[in-house]
Ligand binder design. Structure first.
Ligand SMILES: [Zn+2]
Length: 157
């Protein structure tokens, strides 16, 4: 075995999530999601649930019920691990995962994304009755801004 110097990283012992944040895996948006959670929403210890298309499984439940079941189980599990259950749901503009599902939707993708967020919020409130704090956002792109600050967040609910 070669002598590789081991690197070490922080471990936040005893930390419980302030909020569960569900968002897409798209690497172009990860910094924006993280900074938005920390700086704008003031979530100190977010517990991200990251998956392609975020809550898109809500909109294609009829075609892919197992995807929605998995999302529900993950969110419920993480909510029960938190101090007080808070949930943030985010979709984003130009989502390739939503593009891929386009054939299932009867409406324009941006409308579908907003509807899915609202539907998901209702669904999780029903699933975890103690859940009172749910916020829903769309990450949008402003083409008039330089790339390092092109993403902004619009509150849906
Ligand atoms: Zn996406």
């Amino acid at each position: 075995m070669s002598q590789v110097e081991r690197k070490y990283y922080p471990f936040h012992d005893g930390v419980k999530p302030d909020a569960i944040v569900v968002h897409c895996s798209d690497p172009r948006f990860q910094d924006a999601f993280r900074l938005f959670s920390q700086e704008e929403l003031k979530i100190e210890h977010p517990a991200p649930i990251v998956l392609p298309g975020s809550v898109s499984s809500v909109g294609v439940d009829f075609a892919m019920p197992k995807h929605l079941k998995t999302l529900k189980d993950q969110v419920e599990f993480m909510l029960r691990a938190g101090k007080e259950p808070k949930l943030v749901l985010i979709n984003h503009e130009d989502c390739k995962a939503y593009e891929k599902l386009r054939g299932f939707f009867k409406k324009a993708i941006h409308n579908q994304q907003a509807d899915d967020l609202v539907k998901a919020a209702g669904l999780f409130k029903k699933l975890v009755p103690a859940l009172t704090h749910v916020r829903v956002y769309m990450a949008r792109l402003d083409p008039n801004q330089p790339i390092e600050k092109r993403v902004y967040f619009e509150k849906i609910v």
